[in-house]
Unconditional design. Sequence first.
Length: 209
Amino acid sequence: MRCTPKQQNQRVNLIIAVLLVCGAVFYAIPPLAEQSGIDVIRLPFNIVTFASVISAVFVIVRYKMTSFTYVVKMRSDIPDDIDAELAFAGGAADIGISGVRPEFLDFVVSKAQGARPGNMECVLSMADLVLAVEISRTGKNPDSLPKNEDVRQKYIHDGFVFYDYTVTLGLERAIELVFVDGNRYVGIIIEPDEQMKEYFMKKSPRTKL
């Protein structure tokens, strides 16, 4: 099972353009003012110019050039009698990933930037999945969904870190997966397609905080 989400925010190019134009305007103000005989302090304008350009570069790299691929796949160290285990898990008619026992599966996230090939960001055993929950990423939350902070507060006392592997700027909803990782918990925030979302919601031991 594989999913590579696409940028869904159609305004991302507009945001980049506005940031660059803002930087150019503030960069041009001091020399234009001086040509008109007006003394201005350059520092505030330079700060705004620098912040605008850096923000535009960040948006380009993070939300235009970066892609993530989520994969649920068979582990490389599965035993030779995997066919018997598969049959035990779901029967011959259900030999797809959804019919494989979690201990034989890994969840893998790969990250690619630009033309560079993707590198694995994380590899976690599906047997260590303890929670799959839909979360709110914005202030708009009519369904009272939990936020990442709510998930963090639940697990922080036992050690908790999280990684955001979404690609859509301003994404309103996402799925957070929580795995046991050694002596701590790790949260993985993703934006899967409906098939992968349904898979995690069915296979996770818990789907609510």
